[in-house]
Design a binder for this molecule. Sequence first.
Ligand SMILES: Cc1cc2nc3c(=O)[nH]c(=O)nc-3n(C[C@H](O)[C@H](O)[C@H](O)COP(=O)(O)OP(=O)(O)OC[C@H]3O[C@@H](n4cnc5c(N)ncnc54)[C@H](O)[C@@H]3O)c2cc1C
Length: 487
Amino acid sequence: MMPIGWRVRYSVCMGDVIVIGGGLAGLATSVALAQAGVKVTLLESRPRLGGRASSFEDASTGELIDNCQHVAMGCCTNFQHFCRVTGIDDSFRREQELFFVAPPTVTTNNHPDVCRFSAMPLPAPLHLATAFLRLSYLTLREKLALARGLKALASERAETARQTNFADWLTEQRQPASVIERFWCVVLVSALSESLDRVSVAAGRKVFVDGFLANRHGWEVWLPTVPLDELYSGQLTRWLMSHGVEVRLKSGVERLVLENDRVAAVELRNGEHLSAQQFVLAVPQHRVRSFLPDEWQDKPPFNRLDQLETAPIASVHLWFDRPITELPHAVLVGRLSHWMFNRARGEGREARGERTPPNYYQVVISNAREVAERSQVEVIAEVVSELKAIWPEAASAVLLHSRMIVEHKAVFSPLPSSDELRPAQQSPIANLQLAGDWTQTGWPATMEGAVRSGFLAAENIARLFGRNASMLQPDLPVSWLTRWWLG
Ligand SMILES: Cc1cc2nc3c(=O)[nH]c(=O)nc-3n(C[C@H](O)[C@H](O)[C@H](O)COP(=O)(O)OP(=O)(O)OC[C@H]3O[C@@H](n4cnc5c(N)ncnc54)[C@H](O)[C@@H]3O)c2cc1C
């Protein structure tokens, strides 16, 4: 029971739990708690939900466009569970074939070969063996080196993996420069948005083991077929409201009010105070300390959060007067552009009679530090010229409209030792949970990591309310062959 004093002192009593931040971590916490029968109030400062995974209206086209294409993988079991529970899983399509566009090199006669990457009906890790063999831009000798590197990575000791950076590890493993550039960089920079000298071996190992080696379905790519805003501000908001969650947008929190080392209330930017029994702070890590009174700001783990470094991601949005490719997406090897997504193929939208953006393509550039310092015009011109070199249709197409968006603090950098800076969800303040992709989840900064953090925070709260619920979903099972292979 809440002490009566709180009701007298703070005008509104909002129920059991207040969640601050409507990104995926806050949304997952709210969903899990609502399912456990806990009353939740979700406070979000912006006029929409989704946080870093959200959309906005492009003034020139009137289209709702995502800040950046977001993809999940088959190994993201918690994110998938979150989507299934709330019924938004229908708005994703599962890609079981990836298209790698070869780099512009002499080996491929400057011809941008498209390599199809798909699984064979074999147990992991053999399911992708032929897909790797079909990568035409790697020689047989390079493929053998790669296989040796993958085996060494999967068998790496946990301690070495946490402390060593990936670039040094690749050198130790005598991986050829061409394999580093055309394979390791291609996969890891896209997945972790960092250069390999700023990635721990543990983070890289997670991507390869969970994504490619452990289970036949881990590598499959899940793509939303509608704008992110439609998912989170639309369908998901309806689910939350129908499950008793009070969603309050444009409700920025100014600070937490502490009494006797417990959170007594939150103070909104408009001066309103809201009280609850439990609180979840699901905001980006660099915002956390500003919510706390001075005496808590310098205590661990809060005093270390600013040391978590971040990396930018850029997305280039292009509207052409005609289709430039029929491919749904492409991984562009050895270029400035990393991924191309064909957003004109919004089949979900057509089925619902909605307008499909005409010939709209999104190009994602991960680890965009260098790009962030260049002019938009210059970067867009380079991206367009890369597309023209790959697809002849693009050469004759007219670019009608373009824009570039750089998210400067897109993800935290998975540096060696960054895990030591990531706090557990249970904070040292007894009735305050932390949630966010930056908390201890075992995952890099991803939607899966954010959802995991939310489920873990919700589990802690359920336990504090005397309800023993296990909310975290199991990983995909590791195939018998991989278990045997890795000993
Ligand atoms: C450009 C880009 C591309 C990405 N691509 C992928 C991808 O392809 N796949 C993938 O898995 N992940 C991707 N990510 C990472 C993914 O978006 C994040 O890991 C995830 O969305 C983080 O969720 P979160 O809830 O932890 O944080 P956030 O999304 O940052 O949510 C925090 C929320 O708190 C709110 N807030 C802040 N201050 C206050 C306040 N004072 N009061 C109330 N609310 C407040 C914010 O408005 C925000 O909604 C990408 C990220 C970016 C930026």
